[in-house]
Design a binder for this molecule. Structure first.
Ligand code: NDP
Ligand code: 2IT
Length: 453
């Protein structure tokens, strides 16, 4: 069978056997198409049925989460944990709490996590979980009762050497704390079963900053390869959560100027550069809308989502040298990419998972815009989670500088591996192809070593 027919066959079976999982198909198709040169060079992956195996999670757990709201009413949500692949280590990946969560979303995230984790060079398998719970507008007490109920079931499936969840959209330090407390109450054990923990109780310094910092380090590596750097660059950033905030912070450290941020209700354009202290106050401390930013900074423009030009995300209409999509999946489409191109954008570096649509990726590559794909560019978060696991296992605590320096070198290694692999397979500089092949190869070879599992 030709390689293209093999890929088509696996895509078709996936779509027939798991109907309605659109985002999952999108993630699978991107990886499988990128693997073509590898599959041509090495028939063993077809002979060993690797593609058929790798698109099916080793295990997926779906459970009811029942909790009581502040008015005494019982509320019900669905909980998920998809344990996708443990060929190179225990399952590792975040938990997402957002009303849009369904099995297809968790599977796309879990699938991407397999290859991202492999690229870090560390021993971590791929997994993801979450719930369709909406944290917006909930009191602390409601968040706590939800997290406790969620952990009552999740605790049966996780463990330091089995599966170690962390944060993602809607899950930060507060939620990790409530879940960790409940796990300890249920089992009596103080164990590193989650990462992103508080620094007083087993968390790693620099984990909070790691995804955003790592994304900027990655962009720096891409530019360095072109004898360029971040100094003086104008950057647009979407989102205003964990990843966006620390992307903005590190951009300033590296001499760049971030001029936008956004949330689900609107965006801010501040030509003077986003004021980091105001952003942290509004988002981290007070969980408010970005509209508050425009009240503090009268020079800045706030644009609500309903006034964005039809079919576009207004963040990508702002002229920039580098774009950092750092909010959510499919937030940058073909029209947005055309706008970026028209305005002279040189690099798109993905802090979020799968933020760029396939048509926009195609246009970007065809028009010479450099591309830092999510699996490589945002791997600093999970890599630092593994550094947290390492510290927990050895009962050590490393300094911020020590963790940050390891993060920097991991991001450089990921860039080099992705670049060298793209070159080896005849696609020099196409980091999407390089990252997908390099991430896949290590996992697939490990699956072959371990037999029919
Ligand atoms: P947060 O919950 O801290 O922030 C998410 C941000 O994105 C918020 O500003 C939120 O706005 C916005 N957002 C979320 N969903 C949507 C949507 N459907 N439409 C518009 N805006 C939206 O999450 P993170 O910063 O942790 O995660 C951001 C992205 O980075 C996600 O794709 C995540 O998977 C990815 N990522 C996260 C890592 C981590 O370590 N946290 C690691 C690697 C990747 P609002 O508050 O209004 O909802
Ligand atoms: O998408 C991701 O890599 C994350 N949300 C972080 C996962 C982790 O285990 O730190």
């Amino acid at each position: 069978m030709s390689v293209q027919n093999y890929i088509d066959k696996v895509m078709k079976t996936t779509m027939q056997s798991t109907p309605g999982q659109t985002e999952f198909y999108q993630a699978v198709e991107e990886v499988l198409m990128s693997l073509e040169p590898l599959l041509k060079a090495e028939p063993k992956y077809d002979e060993q049925n690797i593609l058929e195996r790798i698109v099916i999670p080793e295990r997926q757990i779906l459970f009811r989460v029942v909790w009581m709201d502040d008015s005494g009413k019982i509320q019900t949500n669905i909980g998920y944990r998809v344990q996708f692949n443990s060929a190179i280590g225990p399952y590792k990946g975040g938990l997402r709490f957002h009303p849009s969560v369904n099995l297809g979303i968790i599977k796309f995230l879990g699938f991407e996590q397999i290859f991202k984790n492999s690229l870090t060079g560390l021993s971590i398998g791929g997994g993801k979980g979450g719930s369709n719970f909406d944290p917006k507008g909930k009191s602390d007490g409601e968040i706590m009762r939800f997290c406790q109920s969620f952990m009552i079931e999740l605790s049966k499936h996780i463990g330091e050497t089995r599966d170690v969840p962390a944060g993602d959209i809607g899950v930060g330090g507060r939620e990790i704390g409530y879940m960790f407390g409940e796990y300890k109450r249920l089992t009596g054990n103080f164990e590193g079963i989650l990462t992103g923990k508080g620094v007083n109780w087993g968390g790693s310094l620099a984990r909070t900053e790691a995804t955003g910092f790592g994304s900027v380090y990655f962009a720096g590596n891409v530019l360095n390869k072109q004898d360029d750097d971040l100094e003086g660059k104008i950057a647009t950033v979407s989102g205003s959560g964990n990843v966006a905030i620390y992307t903005i912070q590190k951009l300033y450290d590296m001499g760049a100027k971030p001029v936008t941020c956004s949330d689900s209700r609107g965006m801010i354009y501040d030509k003077n550069g986003i004021d980091l202290d105001s952003l942290k106050l509004i988002k981290e401390a007070n969980r408010q809308s970005l509209e508050e930013y425009a009240k503090l900074h009268t020079d800045a423009t706030y644009l609500p989502v309903h006034s964005y030009p039809e079919g576009t995300n207004a963040v990508w209409g702002v002229p920039c040298d580098i774009a950092f999509p750092s909010a959510t999946q499919n937030e940058l489409n073909l029209e947005d990419m055309k706008n970026l191109h028209k305005n002279g954008c040189k690099l798109v570096c993905e802090g979020a998972n799968m933020p760029t649509t396939p048509e926009a990726i195609e246009y970007m590559l065809a028009n010479g815009i450099m591309y830092g794909p999510a699996k490589a560019a945002n791997a600093g978060g999970v890599a630092t989670s593994q550094l947290e696991m390492s510290q927990n296992a050895s009962m050590q605590k490393w300094s911020f500088a020590e963790v940050d320096s390891q993060l920097r070198s991991i991001m450089k290694n990921i860039f080099d591996l992705s670049y060298d692999t793209s070159k080896e397979f005849g696609f020099e500089g196409n980091l999407m192809v390089g990252a997908n092949i390099a991430g896949f190869k290590k996992v697939a070879d490990s699956m072959i070593d371990q037999g029919a599992v």
